[in-house]
Ligand binder design. Structure first.
Ligand code: IPM
Ligand code: MG
Length: 357
């Protein structure tokens, strides 16, 4: 196959980790006879520096014309410490999600047998944990209007808005996932307080009879935050609104041992985006120490969801497991004998070149 991949490396460690994912994609494509074609686009702080816009029109065009987007990370401390900044790098990511209609963010959490000791949680609790969070990505408090400040600046407000159709489409997608997995769906909300959450519950209760084989439960977000780390194995598919999903998935990364391991796929109306769940880790930028595996595993999701090439995705996952087994890991996993970002990418690429899968 030929595929066009838009490469949006972004800020901080973004370019380093994306380079490793590209090595891996190239190796898999060589092995299987595919021809990837990469086109770079600016996004985030680097795009603001070059064009004044964190998601320039040109970048959007490249994304729309591609079969998939490989995304690094976004964010720059220059803007975090300036609450009055007119434009922020994160706006680029949010605009990309909105303009591409990426209403579903799929975040799988699965422990790696070789890294069980890395989790701060007890081994017997995390061993075999395997769930996926379906996070709504283009609605809720991230996008609701009005948002802003009163004239004298002393009051600030954000608005959480959900339309029934937004809830229905993400819940149906979550049911589809549950049916391909263990038929268990947990909806996370705050229906005891929020009107939007009550609309989520109402909508879910209306469509649930269409999926008689799936066992649906409802859980308040504060309780879910506790249960995810107390008993992660009880979950199969979680579905939740934008901000709850953001928070719960960072929390869930603790189960696997490092935030540097969790990939994600954002899917919806136009080109899908594949990105690690972590941020731009500016303290590590340019030091060749960041963990590239979340991005590499996002490339595996790209083969699975965007190209429908499950065996290629499997090769990448096997390579990642082999690297852990061989102890080729970055310093977030092993501070004593750590491999660099680029050494990890080289190792994975070579493993794929030499494998007979
Ligand atoms: C994520 C990130 C983003 C989000 C930020 C960088 C805007 O935390 O993808 O989880 O909040 O969605
Ligand atoms: Mg986040």
């Amino acid at each position: 196959m030929n595929f066009k991949i838009a490469v949006l490396s972004g800020d901080g460690i973004g370019p380093e980790i994306v380079d490793q994912a590209i090595k891996v994609i190239d190796s898999v494509c060589r092995k299987k006879g595919h021809r990837p074609e990469y086109r770079k686009g600016l996004v985030g702080a680097v795009a603001i520096d070059h064009t004044g816009d964190p998601y320039p029109e040109e970048t959007h065009r490249i994304c729309m014309e591609s079969d998939a987007v490989l995304f690094g990370a976004i964010g720059d401390p220059r803007f975090d410490n300036d609450p009055k900044a007119k434009v922020r790098p994160e706006k680029g990511l949010l605009e990309m999600r909105k303009k591409l209609g990426l209403y579903a963010n799929i975040r799988p959490v699965k422990t790696f047998p070789d890294l069980l000791h890395k989790s701060p949680l007890r081994k017997d609790l995390v061993e075999g944990a395997d769930f996926v969070t379906i996070r709504e990505l283009t609605g809720g408090i991230y996008f609701g209007k009005p948002q802003g400040r009163s004239e004298d600046g002393s009051i600030a407000y954000d608005t959480c808005v959900y339309h029934r159709y937004e809830i229905e489409r993400i819940c149906r997608l979550a049911f589809d996932f549950a049916m391909k997995r263990r038929n268990k769906l947990t909806m996370v909300d705050k229906a005891n307080v929020l009107a939007t959450s009550r609309l989520w519950r109402e909508t879910m209760q209306e469509i649930a009879p269409d999926y008689p084989g799936v066992d649906v439960e409802y859980m308040f977000v504060d309780n879910a935050a506790m249960q995810i780390i107390q008993w992660p194995k009880r979950f199969d598919v979680l579905v939740t609104e934008n901000m709850f999903g953001d928070i719960l998935t960072d929390e869930a990364s603790v189960i696997t041992g490092s935030l540097g391991l969790l990939p994600s796929a954002s899917i919806g109306l136009h080109t899908s985006v594949f990105e690690p769940i972590h941020g731009s880790y500016p303290q590590a930028a340019g030091k060749n120490i960041a963990n590239p595996l979340a991005t590499v595993l996002s490339a595996a999701l790209m083969f699975e969801y965007a190209f429908e090439l499950e065996p290629e995705a499997g090769i990448i996952r096997r390579a990642v497991e082999a690297s852990m087994n061989a102890g080729v890991v970055t310093r977030d996993i092993d501070s004593l004998k750590a491999a660099s970002t680029s050494e990890t990418g080289d190792w994975l690429g070579e493993w794929i070149d030499n494998s007979n899968m």
